[in-house]
Design a protein around this ligand. Structure first.
Ligand code: BGC
Length: 372
């Protein structure tokens, strides 16, 4: 039978290809009327800096599209740029936006340190700041808009429990593939799923397996990490708590090589096209759908008020920054669990396009699962 515990830990603090160096980044600040003085026209813009395009579909596709739509609807000019996973570039984009006179800056940090530097510069220039999706620890942003990230993790933990029960897995060994150690959300997701899984370890019905973070949510790195977990456990892992769909897919690719995909439940997050397809194929047990339209609309609503010189009022006392201990006025939205039985909801909601999810070999699976 099975021996206990795998002391695999050690968060790989690999700074993968960070800082591509001091590239000439003129293109990064192309839209705000030139010059490096505050515009002084009373015009200005709202600036948005997104983190990368590889850790999740959302940053390159969903968030920019939905944010732009929200600002366009209000006729408020917005400059949306993406730092492409490069912290230097993140800072350069911010410098350019501040110099060009943005009135409000919405950022998704790549880590709290570099995120805070930007928030400080913005504040010093009188620019209002909104942390979008990720809280910048000790950053003191004026507002924070996100999902209830502990609830996201709880849905992942509960989803895995449900899938393991459906597989009638006995004494399952569970591996955790966590998000980036520099993302506060990753810690919150983990505290949500750990709370669910710990009960199972405590009552002796599950075994705790390898538990490791993936630097920068890097999907390739996740494949390497999971391969190691799989080998170290002699391929004995019975369930994978993967923190998002990209990490999930990396694990599924490794399982596929041993034809074990589908046997071993894997969780996810973001309801990406790939995640939904993996669910329909039976390779992924669930994902968490976050209605990014609501998140984009909420951030835009705040930004538009700030842009117009109003002071938005947010209900509740806000979110406690675990580092500074201060409360940041916040709007947190509820997540929804998705499995094979309700993939349709994500499509009906207009978040995922049927023609993308049901393309090619997935057409038959869509039909089988009543996707309309
Ligand atoms: C977001 C997730 C996303 C992950 C990787 C997190 O901060 O909340 O939606 O999958 O970053 O980009």
């Amino acid at each position: 039978m099975r021996t206990k515990m795998f002391a695999v830990v050690a968060v790989g603090v690999l700074t993968l290809g960070a800082a591509a160096g001091c590239t000439d980044d003129d293109g990064a600040t192309d839209s705000a009327g030139g010059g490096n003085t505050r515009a002084g026209t009373g015009g200005g813009k709202v600036g948005v800096i997104l983190p990368d395009t590889k850790s999740s579909q959302r940053w390159g596709t969903d968030d920019p599209k939905l944010l732009k739509a929200a600002f366009d609807a209000a006729d408020v000019p917005v400059d949306i740029q993406n730092a492409q996973g490069d912290k230097v570039k993140f800072g350069q984009i911010a410098d350019g936006m501040i110099a060009s006179g943005v009135k409000v800056l919405i950022t998704v940090n790549l880590d709290s340190g570099t995120g805070k530097t930007v928030l400080n510069k913005a504040k010093a220039a009188g620019v209002k700041t909104i942390d979008y999706d990720r809280l910048t620890l000790n950053g003191g942003a004026d507002y924070y808009v996100s999902f209830d990230n502990v609830a996201v993790g709880k849905l992942q933990g509960e989803g895995l429990v449900k899938c393991l029960a459906a597989k009638k897995a006995e004494l399952p060994l569970v591996a955790d593939l966590n998000g980036s150690p520099t993302d506060n959300n990753a810690s919150e997701f983990k505290s949500g799923y750990d709370a669910v899984l710990q009960e199972k370890y405590d009552d002796g019905s599950y075994l705790k397996g390898p538990d490791q973070s993936v630097a920068d949510w890097d999907n390739d790195e996740a494949g390497t990490v999971f391969k190691e977990m799989w080998e170290q456990t002699n391929e004995q892992i019975d369930g994978v708590l993967a923190a998002n769909d990209g990490l999930a897919n990396a694990a599924i690719e490794i399982l596929k090589k041993d034809k074990r995909n589908g046997d071993i439940p894997v969780t996810g997050q973001d309801a990406t096209v790939q995640g939904l397809q993996n669910i329909l194929a039976g390779d992924q047990c669930m994902t968490v759908y976050k209605r990014i339209k609501l998140e984009a609309d909420a951030a835009a609503e705040l930004a538009i008020k700030l842009y117009k010189g109003q002071k938005p009022v947010v209900e509740g006392r806000g979110v406690k920054d675990p580092e500074s201990g201060s409360y940041v006025p916040a709007k947190l939205l509820p997540p929804t669990a998705i499995d094979k039985t309700n993939v349709n909801l994500v499509i009906k909601d207009g978040f995922a396009e049927k023609k993308a999810v049901c393309a090619g070999r997935f057409a038959a699976l869509c039909k089988e699962n009543g996707i309309k």
